[in-house]
Design a protein around this ligand. Structure first.
Ligand SMILES: *Cc1c(COP(=O)(O)O)cnc(C)c1O
Length: 228
């Protein structure tokens, strides 16, 4: 039996240990997003009852079903890829969309947000390792996308999201996390409300935090393996 409560305690402990190992100047707290995708709503509710304040889902329809039955307010994160034709549903369901990676998608979210009178918080997903199998903007196109998002009235750019490659040697992720943090700090210099660096999942969150992540997205370490 998976004990969500015990697992959450262990993860919270690891997060603090990793914060203690940071070499970066300031030591911001880390927001834990419990990733409930492919788990039932009971698991989601268990985590929330145990004090989880942030929930991550990667599919619109699954999230819509599960959010219906929640009995407490939580911050809702869309961490998966978003198709432009689902922007309207995403804007209704999620507080923060982590996966903006094109001008088209940004424009669709902006339009959807406008239609319901919302300013939508978003992150830009960056594909630093240029993996074909992953979404995200390449570093050389990042500045253009930032400017495009800035030009949209109903979006607020809050930071970046990175999914590191699934290296068998997890230390290999470290230079990517460190580079992403560098870009985050550099871009953030000239901005306000630019405060979230979402990187790190079960296998690599400790290293991500050491390198400056202040938002981690963790599923397996809390809920156990997913059966797809
Ligand atoms: C599934 C998922 C996670 C969580 O992965 P775990 O390895 O189970 O912690 C984090 N981020 C994204 C984008 C995901 O799709």
């Amino acid at each position: 039996m998976v004990s969500v409560v015990e697992n959450l305690k262990a993860v919270a402990n690891e997060i603090e240990l990793s914060r203690g190992k940071r070499k970066i100047k300031d030591n911001p707290p880390v927001t834990l997003i419990a990733v409930t995708k492919n788990h039932g709503v009971e698991m989601m509710q268990q985590a929330i009852d145990a004090g989880v304040l942030n929930i991550g889902e990667n599919r619109i329809q699954e999230a819509a079903e599960k959010f219906k039955s929640l009995n407490r307010e939580v911050t809702r994160h869309l961490i998966g890829h978003l198709q432009t034709n689902k922007a309207k549903a995403a804007v209704r369901l999620f507080d923060l969309i982590h996966s903006v990676d094109s001008e088209n998608l940004a424009a669709a979210i902006d339009k959807a947000a406008f239609s319901i009178g919302k300013i939508q918080d978003v992150l830009i997903q960056v594909n630093l390792a240029k993996e074909d199998s992953k979404f995200g903007v390449y570093e050389e196109n990042l500045q253009t996308l930032i400017e495009a998002v800035d030009a949209l009235q109903n979006l607020r750019l809050r930071g970046f999201m990175l999914i590191a490659p699934n290296y068998s040697e997890v230390e290999n992720c470290r230079p990517l996390f460190s580079r992403m943090y560098e870009i985050f700090v550099e871009v953030g210099k000239a901005r306000q409300n630019f405060d979230f660096l979402s990187m790190g999942m079960t296998h690599d969150y400790k290293i991500a935090i050491e390198e400056g992540a202040n938002m981690v997205r963790i599923g397996t370490a809390i809920f156990g393996e997913r059966n797809y």
